[in-house]
Design a protein around this ligand. Structure first.
Ligand code: C2E
Ligand code: MG
Ligand code: MG
Length: 579
């Protein structure tokens, strides 16, 4: 040891020298761990014990995987093993679990300790607790711009980009084309070959599109089997036609995933700026309508929007007229979907979801008419009707002696900006005799951020009256976590897309778990939306998630059916391990 010691320390006895080094390691402000070659823990310093919550007795002699949460990507361990086997140091991040169950990000530098003869006998790990938020914030920014399966930009990014391009195009007079691509009968493929193969094929489609299309065409994934392409130099109609033909031709060769070689075709709907719209939303809607035509015309082809415009606006007009009368004709219905406690298994609340029983088209989901209602302003009377109906129903169930349930009602942006919003809600509660504490209003992140000061004021006012606030589809919007503290929020509803893929996609799993721990830290209730399978339920139970809502337990149902569930005391069978 004498060759590495400074002269000042050489005067110390060997025993004192050793004692000094032990002190350095033991009292180091950095967490340290020493293992043998098989990752058996031989030593951890004091800082490490405080960081993980274990006592020395509990941890020494264990394997390092005692801290594993199952959320660190497999690739991390793979890279770590590769580096250490080759005798190299490795640096990276683990998503670990402390003794008390808390998840945290840990930055790690792990080096092989060499004996004088150059062999690796031990590993030394220097670790730092990055807390819960660190990677989560990064993850949010990444996730909010990218599609996780294909790594293409997502629809949000696409729309924002389109918006920016439109601003310049309006001054320069440039022409643009938006192409919406939908794979034909793809659902059949996932149903027969399974979701894994389906995902693999989507990945190869994305790869082929993004590597072969010209540079001035931005490709994004809209979701499911839908892709978006933005052509920025669409000055000639023929250029657009050429690109559309090129895209269709890309599907001539089969797509290969594992042992599967599958022939796919695509249908394309195309809208043009400025002809078919001058906002991202309208251009996408027009492309959607054109896509519908392409499918109608037998798939594997492309259609432009313009050609059908006249009949389309006619159709729209008639739906609009129908809708104006729908309220008066009592064609609207409120369905209820239970929200279930993952602790007790009981129904603890319900979300009111509107439906339109259309005389010709049958039962229509909100996606068919809420945007229309928003555009025409009819959302205001519609919203009032929904709130009144749902509050009255909730009160009736309370009076019938069922356990009191929380009622969640969605508010759209236009409703939220109504100056009379708060008064009208309070009046409704009064008229229906429902205690405000049972009402929870669901709003989206985008509403929150529209006008920060105004929103804060409105939310505080609602809160003061005892009404609860939930953030709907959390994780899909701007997800600025710092705002969460600013607003008086009670509940976060984790968006279905994250829950749906939490078993197959590590980023989504990490996100669900991060939202969960963050919510706990901020004292918010978490409701996981869109739970459909045993696996997803298990995953949430392991995170000690609080509540769920999804088809696994029940779809949204008419009030009579909901009441039947209450009468039957329907509850969720919790897995035995948790019961
Ligand atoms: P949301 O508020 O996020 O509602 C949840 C949606 O997810 C509902 O669709 C519900 O049927 C669906 N869902 C629930 N569990 C599952 C599941 O396990 N799997 C799958 N695949 N889906 C599930 P819905 O009823 O079509 O509503 C769509 C959206 O329309 C709502 O999203 C909400 O934003 C809006 N909406 C619904 N009712 C109203 C309303 O009364 N007023 C306003 N302003 N908007 C409403
Ligand atoms: Mg909702
Ligand atoms: Mg939602």
């Amino acid at each position: 040891m004498s060759d590495i010691l400074p002269p000042a320390l050489l005067s110390l006895s060997t025993e004192d020298q050793l004692a000094l080094f032990v002190q350095v390691v033991e009292q180091s402000p950095v967490s340290m761990i020493i293992t043998d070659r098989d990752m058996n823990i031989l030593y951890v310093n004091a800082r490490y014990l405080t960081q993980t919550g274990y006592t020395r007795n509990e941890i020494v002699g264990q394997k390092t995987n005692i801290l594993k949460s199952g959320l660190t990507p497999a690739k991390t361990y793979h890279d770590l093993r590769a580096a250490l086997t080759a005798g190299r140091a490795w640096q990276g991040e683990f998503h670990n679990r402390k003794k008390n169950g808390t998840l945290y990000w840990e930055s790690a530098l792990i080096t092989p300790l060499k004996t004088p003869t150059g062999e690796t006998a031990h590993f030394l790990g220097l670790l730092e607790d990055l807390g819960t938020r660190h990677r989560t914030l990064q993850l949010f920014t990444y996730l909010s711009n990218h599609d996780q399966l294909t790594d293409l930009p997502n629809q949000r990014y696409f729309s924002e980009y389109l918006e920016r391009i439109l601003t310049t195009a309006k001054t320069t007079g440039a022409r643009l084309a938006v192409i919406l691509l939908d794979l034909d009968r793809f659902k059949l493929i996932t149903e027969t070959l399974g979701h894994k193969v389906g995902d693999g094929l989507l990945y190869t489609v994305a790869e082929r599109l993004s590597t072969t299309l010209p540079e001035n065409a931005l490709t994004a994934r809209r979701g499911g089997d839908e892709f978006l392409i933005l052509l920025t130099a669409a000055d000639q109609f023929q250029t657009v036609v050429k690109l559309a033909k090129q895209v269709i031709a890309l599907f001539a060769a089969p797509f290969v995933y594992g042992e599967h070689s599958v022939h796919l075709t695509a249908s394309l709907g195309i809208s043009l700026f400025p002809d078919d719209g001058n906002t991202p939303q309208v251009l996408l809607q027009s492309a959607d309508a054109a896509l519908y035509d392409a499918k109608d015309a037998g798939r594997n082809n492309f259609k432009f929007y313009k050609i059908k415009q006249t009949s389309d606006s006619f159709e729209r007009l008639s739906l609009e007229n129908d809708f104006r009368q729908a309220l008066a004709r009592e064609e609207l219905r409120v369905f209820y979907q239970p929200q279930v406690s993952l602790v007790t298994g009981d129904i603890v609340g319900m979300e009111a979801l509107v439906r339109w029983q259309h005389p010709q088209h049958g039962l229509l989901a909100p996606a068919h008419f809420i945007p229309l209602a928003e555009e025409t302003g009819l959302i205001v009377p519609l919203g009032e009707w929904i709130l009144t109906t749902a509050c009255r129903q909730t009160r009736a169930w309370q009076q019938a002696g069922y356990p009191p349930l929380r009622l969640a009602v969605n508010l759209s942006a236009r409703q939220f900006l109504q100056p009379e919003l708060v008064e009208s809600i309070l009046q409704t509660l009064k008229n229906t005799d429902l205690d405000p504490k049972f009402l929870e209003l669901e709003i989206t992140e985008s509403i929150l951020l529209k006008d920060l000061n105004m929103t804060t004021l409105i939310l505080r006012w609602l809160k003061k009256k005892g009404i609860q606030i939930a953030i709907d589809d959390f994780g899909t919007g701007y997800s600025s976590l710092t705002y969460l503290k600013r607003f008086p929020i009670d509940t976060l509803k984790i968006d279905q897309t994250f829950v749906r893929d939490c078993l197959s996609n590590e980023d989504n799993a990490a996100l669900v778990s991060a939202i969960n721990s963050l919510a706990k830290a901020l004292n918010l209730r978490v409701v996981a939306e869109g739970v459909e399978t045993d696996g997803q339920l298990d995953f949430l139970m392991n995170l000690h998630s609080e509540e769920m809502q999804g088809f696994y337990f029940s779809k949204p149902v008419p009030p009579e059916e909901f009441e039947q569930m209450l009468r039957d005391k329907k509850r969720l069978n919790l897995p035995l391990s948790e019961a």
